[in-house]
Ligand binder design. Structure first.
Ligand code: 2P0
Length: 346
């Protein structure tokens, strides 16, 4: 039996309607449905190669060149579920090589800072699950694979699809209806762009899992967000995406980022993910939108101070130009060559 390997990439997804809170922390079942945009393959992504061999002593994981533990319950549940599917396949078709029991080596590289609030676990688990499913030649569609990736990291389920993606929270206790579905492919709205402003590449201070547990337990606002705010926003945002209505999409995205950080602040003790630079970015985007009398751009912040700015391609000069004017002296800023930008003043 020849050794085989496959390589896949999974891009990061950035939520525009945030997942924050679990109703089951072992199965990663969320307290609300969420929506995200998967970045393109040219942007932030995880590349994962996986290989089986009877000569390997045990399963192993290498992340960014270093061997990492593969013993966490989340990693183990993904591996177990994928192996179970391969065993079933081998039982159904005895002519297949018996590879389910062979050790796997998984080699992953992120082209962006790991665990800095840039959804590295989402891309990481999506790439791991997708690569092993391909290696095992499993006949599972992406929604089925998303349920396995979800058990690694909730937000990972959304990185199984490109474009605009919803994670339907589901209602069953076993999680069989908590899965990602595609709202629209990227080609539906090709003009949409995301600029990532890396405010800090440091590891986040409060990991997401612990942070959301604290919010669920202690925030008075949380129940209101989950029951009164998110369900209507989920429907409105899907509609705005299908209608390619950037103004509405941007408003809902900014409001949901605000709402998520509000429940973080309302946790006890409070969780602060945004810092002073993040708040300056909010002000700059708000100023641009006010100056143009429409939503030219939308900010959103995850579990860290880094910003993602959504805008439409036609407004790229306005958005990047203004951001450059305010933050251009920051080391690492790549100036867009050959263009000059003017900042609108009221
Ligand atoms: C999201 N975040 O929807 C939200 C917004 C962060 C803020 O999903 O515990 O790493 O592994 O299920 O998926 C980050 O949480 O948490 C996250 P786990 P995950 O993208």
């Amino acid at each position: 039996m020849a050794n085989k390997y496959v390589t896949v990439t999974a891009p990061v997804n950035i939520a525009t309607l945030k997942y924050w809170g679990k109703r089951d922390r072992f199965l990663n079942l969320p307290t609300n449905s969420s929506i995200s945009v998967t970045l393109s393959q040219d942007d932030l992504k995880t590349t994962t190669s996986v290989c089986y061999s009877k000569n390997f002593e045990s399963d192993a994981l290498y992340l960014n060149g270093n061997e990492e533990s593969l013993s966490s319950p989340r990693q183990q549940s993904c591996l177990k579920l994928l192996r179970k599917c391969r065993i079933e396949k081998e039982e159904q078709d005895p002519s297949l090589d018996k590879i389910a029991s062979l050790p796997l080596h998984i080699v992953s590289v992120n082209n962006f800072p790991t665990a800095a609030g840039l959804a590295s676990s989402a891309a990481g688990y999506a790439a791991m699950v997708y690569s092993i499913a391909k290696l095992y030649q499993l006949d599972l569609d992406r929604s089925e694979l998303s349920k396995i990736a979800r058990q690694g990291s909730g937000s990972a389920c959304r990185s199984l699809y490109g474009g605009f993606v919803a994670w339907e929270m589901g209602s069953l206790d076993n999680g069989s209806d908590s899965k990602a579905v595609q709202i629209a492919p990227r080609a539906h709205w090709p003009g949409i762009r995301a600029a990532i402003l890396v405010v800090s590449a440091a590891k986040k201070e409060v990991p997401s899992t612990g942070g959301m547990q604290l919010t669920v337990k202690t925030s008075d606002l949380f129940d209101y967000r989950v029951k009164q705010v998110v369900p209507a926003r989920y429907e409105e945002m899907k509609k705005a995406i299908l209608a390619k209505d950037f103004g509405v999409f941007a408003e809902l995205t900014m409001k949901d980022s605000n709402s998520f950080h509000a429940v973080c602040l309302d946790s006890y003790p409070p969780i602060f993910y945004m810092n002073d630079t993040s708040k300056r970015i909010v002000k700059v985007i708000t100023t641009i939108n006010e100056a143009y009398g429409r939503n030219v751009a939308a900010y959103t912040f995850d579990a860290g101070p880094n910003a993602v700015i959504y805008y439409e391609e036609k407004d790229e000069d306005i958005v990047l130009g203004t951001l450059h004017e305010f933050f251009g002296s920051v080391p690492g800023w790549a100036k867009k060559s050959g263009k000059s930008f003017s900042v609108p003043r009221k």
